[in-house]
Design a protein around this ligand. Structure first.
Ligand SMILES: Cc1cc2nc3c(=O)[nH]c(=O)nc-3n(C[C@H](O)[C@H](O)[C@H](O)COP(=O)(O)OP(=O)(O)OC[C@H]3O[C@@H](n4cnc5c(N)ncnc54)[C@H](O)[C@@H]3O)c2cc1C
Length: 382
């Protein structure tokens, strides 16, 4: 019997690739493995589910059985891959079973970075990077009122907006001078800060959380500026790091992600990577749009039509619904400067190198310029 194509991971990357593969080949044996329950959900919905009045169960739009039928694939849930032998094309699972593959795709995602905190309640700090994490978070905030979010980045700001819309008191803490500091220039960042403050967010910027201690039911946060905050729940959202350990142990080249070329091929034959775990030509882009482009290209490659992945400009919509933000950051290390225009109800910032626009950040009413500016941007990966 031919070994199947094996995809490790049933997040957006794994399932999108499987769907693209099935559009091209209805019959090739396909097996997906996941250490979770294999339910399909759209991860971006996790940070606006409260305002959309969606429960974790609503977000899981198909369970593993439904996905098996849809994809005509074997899906092994609650199954962790522990060892990969790329020489014999075999995987070992945590239950000791060995599984052969014809082609192997890493779609193992990323994991939240754990902040360096002291205190006796560090294990009560929540992180949300999966539907399972989100279920846990929803249980923790049920009947509670005050949430502290560590990290004023994209995910932190989106959760702040969402929690406020559901009636929570929200504190956001981080060392940056303004929110979305790694994405937005000052004027746009300050506009986001002011807009979210208007809906009730309490900002604690230019400082970090040092410790989290329990005080009965409450959690007591001490910041490095000696400020103290009493809250019910703490959510950490300080960034993600690609899951590379399994690939590294299998002898694949890794860096910030599993290193792959434009065909999404890793440093060893018949092994590929896509999604949050992949580093494509030096780019680790943990967003949905890159996954869509990767999945289409890789499906073609796996079906004997070798195809390079290409990325157009891919602006990211920050789901701070009370004050919309769209950003297309300039390439890392690009020479140039931000030029910001404060408009009525928004900020338009463009990153220019001479006459060329290499990136933009739009807030509030200025998001209407998204399409016009996107057309002027160079492709991320031509
Ligand atoms: C709250 C939140 C909001 C977001 N909002 C947006 C947005 O608005 N727009 C946007 O573009 N992006 C957004 N993103 C990012 C986007 O959701 C991710 O880029 C995308 O979902 C990543 O999918 P993935 O399949 O690569 O990884 P994951 O979803 O993390 O999937 C990884 C899979 O690998 C499996 N796995 C890992 N290791 C093993 C192992 N050893 N054995 C077996 N299985 C394993 C896991 O079980 C899981 O099924 C958001 C992310 C978060 C957390």
């Amino acid at each position: 019997m031919t070994n199947p194509i094996v995809i490790i991971g049933t997040g957006l990357a794994g399932y999108t690739l499987a769907r693209e593969l099935r559009k091209r080949d209805k019959d090739v044996p396909l097996c997906l493995l996941t250490r979770d329950d294999g339910a399909f959900y759209s991860k971006p919905m996790l940070s606006n589910a409260l305002s959309k009045q969606k429960t974790p169960d609503d977000l899981a739009t198909a369970d593993a059985d439904k996905m098996r039928t849809e994809l005509g694939a074997e899906i092994l849930t609650q199954t962790t891959v522990t060892v990969i032998d790329t020489g014999t094309h075999n995987l070992t699972l945590a239950n000791g079973k060995v599984l052969g593959y014809s082609k192997l795709i890493f779609a193992v995602g990323a994991k939240p970075i754990t902040p360096p905190l002291q205190g006796d309640a560090v294990d009560r700090v929540c992180q949300v990077n999966s539907l399972g994490d989100y279920r846990h978070f929803r249980q923790r905030i049920a009947d509670k009122k005050r949430v502290a979010i560590i990290g004023p980045g994209l995910i932190g700001c989106e959760f702040a907006n969402d929690l406020i819309s559901a009636g929570y008191a929200v504190h956001v803490i981080g060392p940056n001078s303004w929110p979305l500091g790694s994405l937005l220039p000052e004027g746009a960042g300050l506009a986001v800060q002011a807009a979210l403050q208007n809906i009730g967010v309490h900002w604690h910027l230019g400082c970090s959380v040092q410790s989290v201690n329990s005080a009965g039911e409450e959690l007591q946060l001490t910041l490095d500026n000696h400020e103290r905050l009493a809250v019910d729940v703490v959510l950490s959202a300080i960034g993600l790091r690609a899951n590379i350990a399994l690939a590294q142990a299998a002898g694949l080249q890794v860096n910030r992600g599993v290193v792959v070329d434009r065909k999404l091929q890793a440093s060893v034959t018949d092994v590929y990577a896509i999604g949050d775990c992949a580093e494509v030509e030096g780019l680790v882009l943990p967003f949905v749009m890159p996954i869509m482009h990767q999945a289409r290209a890789l499906a073609a490659t796996l079906c004997a039509a070798p195809t390079d992945v290409a990325y157009p400009a891919m602006p990211v919509l920050v789901k701070t619904t009370s004050y919309p933000v769209v950003v297309s950051p300039p390439p890392q290390g690009a020479q140039g400067e931000w030029q910001e225009q404060i408009l009525e109800g928004g900020v338009q910032a463009v990153f220019k190198a001479g006459d060329a626009i290499l990136g933009f950040a739009l807030t509030g009413t200025a998001v209407s310029e998204k399409q016009a500016l996107s057309k002027q941007l160079p492709a991320v990966l031509p």
